[in-house]
Ligand binder design. Structure first.
Ligand code: ZN
Length: 543
């Protein structure tokens, strides 16, 4: 019996060898242990499910084969996970794969040389050695203790064990699905497949091309111009000091208030990133919602002779991201600052050096699109600890421990966002060029303002989910060259829905094109007040 016990323990150790190797190597490269532990728990449960399925379903030769297959498969997953931890200190994501392929090109040789360095080669050899060793030990155990592989027997105790295994399988699957699916290889593969299908369609659409046939008769000025369009995330103007919020969440933008045009009544067309940016960044709008064939702001800028850049702190690939990436692919160069790192660790200041780098490029006309992580939920991860200023009990109609925590995190995220937008303005300002910086958010968020809710949801849509900042900073040179610049100040109370942004964008960038409609530009003297229809048929201003 003692020998049996010993061989049983050896068998368990062999079975979990892939998990153990991943944990021991990952431990050296992780920046946050709690994410590694999550990875470990998922990998452990997944391995257990795989083995348990084999024990419940198969007997004898089939079971042994399943055992060998499982170990090989788990070793492969373990290697991939470990390689990612070594290279990027993060878990495997489809965005990371996308960036790897994008930045290294489609040539696999180039991909492999980037992917493999000496240390990784050593890690690979360690994996192969361990795999062979595991197989050898397994063979040895099988020869010595065959009966161990045929357990449990079909007696009363055995059936009890089968039942426990079955419950174990079901509860592990439930647990993975509930909390750990983003760490699971099967889920990741499914997600990758769906995203790949979507990307196939989008990345072959007219959106990714440099220019679009729909946009014609484009004319623009040949003078020096540097324009920056900042796209925020989930930032409601309701929580911004600049828009009258009782907390000073915008100390830095308020400081330069006189240099800003602050538009007071701008809403997003939707409460989610994709449907909203669909319309904001292209010719599509409420009246004409089909995006794929419509030209984008990027294509318009390209056709007008601007060098265009896309600098994003969001993930490039995923169910909520791919469309924006398709639009960004039309730019001359794209930078995804966050894709290969753990998104919960990197804040928007990551973007600043990239912006500086592009601003330094000597080009007569350029437009930089900056996509912020902004006040993305979970808010506590979207700002660094040094911006934790609001900690007291906030004013809300829905006081609770949860609302206090969420509102404070949200307001701190907005405070951080204030610092980011101001920093970008300062980067542009110090160059004294003919320049503007436009800042808006893709939509807002409800954070215990009008209802007892946190986040955004079009079905339960509330005003704070639509109310967004729309701010324009302009340089002195820009002011002097823009015809009747001072009249713009009179337009700050105009009611506007941002699905018409392309018209405002072309207007202020002095780009003319066949489909430009001055009545849809917030900056134009021919602007016409338009019914703002949300949720397909609801009049936003008369609900
Ligand atoms: Zn969003």
């Amino acid at each position: 019996m003692p020998i049996f016990k010993k061989s049983f323990i050896s068998l368990v150790i062999l079975a979990y060898m892939p998990v153990l190797i991943f944990l021991s190597i990952g431990f050296f490269y992780t920046t946050q242990t709690k994410y590694l532990i999550k990875e470990f728990v998922e990998f452990f449960l997944f391995s257990t499910v795989l083995y348990a399925i084999g024990i419940v379903l198969f007997r004898r030769v089939l079971r042994i084969s399943w055992c060998y297959f499982s170990i090989s498969f788990l070793f492969l997953i373990s290697f991939l996970k470990t390689a990612f931890y070594y290279l990027y200190q993060s878990k495997l994501t489809i965005s990371a794969f996308y960036i790897l392929f994008e930045t290294t090109g489609s040539e696999s040789s180039q991909f492999l040389t980037t992917f493999f360095d000496l240390k990784l080669l050593i890690i690979s050899i360690v994996f192969i050695l361990f795999l062979l060793l595991t197989f050898k030990q397994l063979n040895y155990l099988y020869k010595k203790e065959k009966s161990l592989f045929y357990l449990p027997k079909f007696n009363l105790l055995g059936i009890g064990v089968y039942l426990v295994l079955l419950i174990g399988i079901l509860s592990s699957i439930y647990l993975i699905n509930w909390k750990l699916k983003h760490n699971n290889i099967i889920y990741l593969a499914k997600d990758a497949y769906v995203t790949y299908q979507e990307a196939q369609t989008l990345f072959q659409s007219s959106l990714v091309k440099q220019t679009n046939e729909e946009l014609k008769n484009i004319s623009a000025l040949d003078e020096s111009q540097t324009y920056v369009v900042i796209i925020g995330e989930s930032t409601s103007s309701r929580n911004m000091g600049l828009y009258g919020y009782y907390r000073d969440t915008n100390p830095l933008l308020s400081e330069i208030k006189d240099e800003l045009l602050i538009f007071n009544d701008v809403i997003s067309p939707h409460t989610h990133t994709i449907p909203s940016l669909n319309k904001v960044l292209s010719l599509s709008n409420y009246e004409n919602p089909d995006v794929i064939h419509c030209g984008s702001v990027v294509q318009l800028a390209n056709a007008a002779g601007f060098s265009t850049y896309w600098i994003s702190n969001q993930q490039p690939i995923g169910i909520h991201e791919t469309l924006v990436t398709a639009i960004s692919k039309a730019t001359k160069e794209q930078f995804f600052t966050n894709a290969l790192t753990n998104k919960q660790l990197e804040h928007d200041e990551m973007l600043l050096p990239f912006i500086e780098q592009v601003l330094n490029k000597k080009e007569l006309k350029k437009i930089i699109f900056v996509h912020l992580y902004g006040a993305h939920i979970a808010y506590k991860f979207s700002y660094p600890p040094r911006f934790q200023k609001f900690t007291d009990t906030p004013i809300t109609k829905f006081p609770s421990a949860k609302s206090t925590e969420q509102i404070n995190h949200y307001d701190n995220a907005i405070l951080y966002n204030d610092f980011i937008v101001r920093s970008i303005i300062d980067q542009v300002k110090k160059r004294e060029e003919n320049a503007y910086v436009i800042y808006f958010s893709d939509h807002g968020d409800e954070v215990f303002q009008d209802i007892d809710f946190v986040g955004h949801n079009e079905y339960h849509a509330t005003k704070p989910m639509f109310e967004i900042p729309f701010i324009v900073w302009t340089s002195e040179k820009f002011k002097n060259s823009f015809p009747n610049f001072d009249t713009l100040k009179r337009y700050q109370n105009r009611r506007y829905m941002l699905d018409d942004f392309i018209h405002s964008f072309s207007d202020i960038s002095k780009i003319n094109f066949n489909q430009f409609q001055p009545e849809r530009s917030i900056f134009n003297k021919y602007f016409k007040d338009r019914k703002r229809i949300i949720k397909k048929k609801v009049d936003y201003d008369n609900r």
